[in-house]
Design a protein around this ligand. Sequence first.
Ligand code: P1T
Length: 388
Amino acid sequence: MKLETLVIHAGQHPDPVSGAVMTPIVLSSTFAQDGPGNHKGYDYSRSGNPTRNTLEACAAALEGAEHGFAFSSGCGATTTILHTLRPGDHVVCGDDVYGGTFRILDKVMKPMGLAATFVDMTDLARLEAAFRPETKLVWLETPSNPMLKVFDIEAVCALARARNVPVVVDNTFATPFAQQPLKLGATAVVHSTTKYLNGHSDVVGGLVMSSDAAFSERLRFLQNAIGAVPSPFDCFLVLRGLKTLAVRVQRHSENAMVLARWLEAHPDVARVYYPGLESHPQHAVVKKQMRVPGGMISFVLKAGGDGDTAARSQRFLSALKVFTCAESLGGVESLIELPAVMTHASIPAEIRAQLGIDDGLIRISVGIESVDDLRDDLSAAFETSRGA
Ligand code: P1T
């Protein structure tokens, strides 16, 4: 079945007891056993829960995976995956990732003996050079957060496979509607369901999908052992949000395309990063691997009359009325933020500078409102933030 159908039906069926069409929220933390060890498939809700299992089955289908694993947050999913590694192991990570992912590698896993090298994988020679004998994982986001770099998943996976190294793709920005990394050779996909999969900015959650038997068995063990699992209520909300994923992402992407073209022509904008633009450096890869370019845009605002970029960015973000200045992305409402100060503040300033995450870099999560209202809102804020 197609993704448009799977988001609504995969893993779901009317409740055999009541006929309820929507998945019941089973809040019970424990399950009765007829005798010790003799239960109906559930013994304790950290280990397994009917609502969570339904979400995991649906999520697996969306990425074309055998197995799905739900977590309490995207960071919880990331941390649990990294626990498949051992002290002394090495991770090759894309150079542009969510600040929290960088922080887990740098501040949590490094002190525990895990090394990481951050590489711009748009240059495959650099990726090849980064492999070491002890490299045990390749990690990437594509499109990346916040520079919207696009990595060629198939090419990266081919290089990793030749060295027997698994690849994890954070598919949060793209969603399985736009691309399915497992079909391109990835070992596992990770999502912050906080974003597009839930789509309504009212859940913090994570998911991992994989068809690799050994990886999945280890992850199932770690999911239960570490315990970063979501509540059944949050699982229900993500299941509900998922039903509209296809229509939402289509509209997010259409709105973003209109705004990206408009921003690119705007005199107050120095540069636009959007995978759907012909000017995007990896546009050919986008056309090859993505069904739609998605709803995320980053752009560089020119300084105001006083030459102070940081002050203008502050004025610009404060002047907006439809866009909300907030972290996160992927909800139906449009959000805007300054990565250097907000989502990527945990990345050291010199690395941010190398990547281009400076005071003028603005990231927008384009919502599904009327694109005319979004454009008018940005237009008015450009005017009022210009300064003397
Ligand atoms: O916030 P959490 O659910 O723990 O997910 C972490 C995460 C993982 N991967 C990507 C690509 C992400 O963007 C995030 C979270 N990102 C934001 C909160 C943000 O505004 O970029």
